[in-house]
Design a protein around this ligand. Structure first.
Ligand code: HEC
Length: 124
């Protein structure tokens, strides 16, 4: 019994990285992009936010994808200085996106901004 369980656990753990890689292979809105936009953009780009447009779902983001790619790749967005009384102040020194996230956005737009499986967002 105990041995079976140990084998089961080992098998499960060893399969994990393979699953993670295959889930990441295809960059889609549902897989990665929605999370990146949520973490980096929505604080301003939401209804009532200071950004001129809202980025809270795929339909809102999709038309802007080419411009988003440009602004993110040029590091113009997210703006790296901002008014001191807006948003979460702890983020102040940590406002810029990681290279990894920037590359993900660029690759996503270059791939035609696919939506992916929306159920993933619901699940995460
Ligand atoms: C601190 C607030 C803030 C954050 C965070 C932010 N934006 Fe913006 N964004 C603005 C404001 C304000 C404008 C309008 C003024 C401007 O274009 O600089 C804008 C404009 C834009 C525009 C239109 C630019 C144009 O030339 O018309 C795009 C595209 C954009 N943002 C994308 C993003 C993306 C993508 C993110 C996240 C990676 C992001 N923004 C994060 C505040 C923000």
């Amino acid at each position: 019994m105990i041995r079976n369980r140990a084998i089961w656990i080992l098998t499960t753990i060893s399969l994990w990285p393979a699953l993670a890689v295959s889930a990441e292979e295809e960059i889609t809105y549902s897989n990665q992009v929605s999370r990146i936009i949520q973490d980096n953009c929505q604080i301003c780009h939401q209804p009532g936010g200071i950004g001129p447009m809202s980025f809270t779902n795929y339909d809102e983001v999709r038309p802007w994808a080419p411009l988003i790619r440009l602004k993110v790749a040029d590091r113009e967005m997210p703006p790296y200085q901002y008014d001191h009384d807006i948003g979460i102040q702890e983020l102040k020194n940590d406002w810029r996106m990681s290279d990894e996230d920037i590359n993900t956005i660029v690759a996503w737009v270059d791939a035609g901004s696919p939506i992916g499986n929306l159920r993933r967002i619901a699940a995460s």
